[in-house]
Design a protein. Sequence first.
Length: 217
Amino acid sequence: MNWPDLRYLGIVGRKGRIPNWFIFINNNFLSSSSSTLLLSSYFINSSFTLASPCLLDHTVKDYSFYPQWAINLDSATQTLSVGRVCITYKKQNSAIMSHWLPVSPSADERSYNPCPGCALNIPALSKKSAIKQRCNSEKCFFNITLSETVGYPTRNAKVFAAYLPITLSTSWSYATSLALVHLMNPPSTASFTLSPSVKDNLDDDVLPSSVQSLYTD
Ligand SMILES: [Zn+2]
């Protein structure tokens, strides 16, 4: 994660400069200058990694307009898309999502523009009255599978002005890696319909006894 991501998550202080030790790690241990991924020699077994996914609010009423920033993984095309889940249909495991594109191809990017329309767009969706009235900055809407969709870790970024880019709280690389860990792990793919007891088990993840904790300052 980069420093602003750590700030958003409350892991480091909100104010002050990026400390030298963090810059040292960035300069010496990352796989490339445009990445926040460590060199493979610093990887630990991924089953030891605890990442809590950012789930969509599933208390939202079906058929009503309630936008949530989200990431969808289309399993058929292996494509990740960012946008707002606007209307959900839980019984059908589907939703209508708007499509947003990162302003730049950088992994650290956290600003998005509404997609002006691409191959994903289903024109009939933008004619639905709730979408027509509430989403006048967005042009590209498509149907998604809810179980292939997770929340984007961000404050509620409201879309006001037409066609202006929006800045979310965390970067493309952090948000998508969290989504991939969650959506690619078979036990948790049914996250949207998790019963409370399964959810509790997820929180109780216990590391193998061979794992040591290391603290650095
Ligand atoms: Zn699009």
